[in-house]
Each structure stands twice: as structure tokens, then as C-alpha cells.
Design a protein around this ligand. Structure first.
Ligand code: ZN
Length: 138
């Protein structure tokens, strides 16, 4: 069995941003040379997510509205966590959107269902943060 590990870095210009990272993941899969197996992609920070959904701009606005209803960023004082930080909402948003995804690798490709794309969800950005890619198989 082969295994491959890579860290990808992202630095968003806004506090919250969704980035389609599918092309990056496909590139890492090609570099790994693995044709059959599993790929794990996870955020390495507790205020960012990796999730799978549709790359549709209306849906992305819906995610933003929905997450702001569940865990509004402001007022910062509504959260116990916000004593030395102001990112309690980002921790909550990350928990709802998930830490990682696992995708089957078949014949050297990501074995997606229709419209599936992998996203990095940043909820406390404007700084460098990492995503881990781990691929196992042969
Ligand atoms: Zn925090």
C-alpha cells in the first residue's frame, strides 16, 4: 500500500470565504500516483471546514445567511469564548460545516457523485491556514 501526505495553505482576504479546492486535490492525487484507494481532506484548524457540496453561488450565499442565523458573528459579547478572541462564531460554524471529507479514488480519479465538489470553508480568515491531504491505496 502506498501513502501520500501534503499540506495545502490558504490565506483568505475576508473573514469568511468558501473556496473550491477540488482542482488542488485532483493535482495532489495525480502527483501521488495512487489509482485505487481513499483520500482524506481535513482542515487543520478549528475555525475552518472542509466539506462537499455544489459550486453554485446562490447556494454559497444561502450557507452564509444560514450560518449567520445559527451563530451570528456579532455581537462578540454574546459568546463566553470571546474573552481574548472574537471567533466563537467561527468555531460553531466550523462544527456545523464539518472538519473533513473522505472520497473514494477509482481509476486515478475522485469518485464523485453528480455536482460534488470539495470546499475549504474559512470562518476566521485573513491569516495562513492549512488543509491536510492524505491518500492511501495503490
Ligand atoms: Zn477561538
Amino acid at each position: 500500500m502506498k501513502s501520500y501526505r501534503k499540506e495545502l495553505w490558504f490565506n483568505t482576504s475576508q473573514r469568511r470565504e468558501l473556496i473550491n479546492i477540488t482542482p488542488h486535490i485532483q493535482k495532489e492525487l495525480e502527483i501521488s500516483g495512487i489509482r485505487e484507494g481513499l483520500i482524506l481532506v481535513n482542515a487543520m484548524h478549528i475555525t475552518a471546514s472542509v466539506f462537499i457540496n455544489d459550486d453554485e453561488s446562490g447556494l454559497h450565499k444561502d450557507f452564509e445567511k444560514w450560518l449567520e442565523k445559527l451563530a451570528p458573528e456579532k455581537p462578540y459579547s454574546q459568546y463566553n469564548h470571546n474573552t481574548f478572541e472574537d471567533n466563537a462564531d467561527a468555531h460553531l460554524k466550523r462544527t456545523i460545516m464539518g472538519r473533513e471529507v473522505v472520497v473514494a479514488v477509482t481509476d486515478g480519479k475522485l469518485d464523485f457523485g453528480p455536482w460534488e465538489q470539495i470546499f475549504y470553508g474559512e470562518f476566521d480568515g485573513k491569516r495562513k491556514k492549512r488543509v491536510l491531504v492524505k491518500i492511501i491505496g495503490e
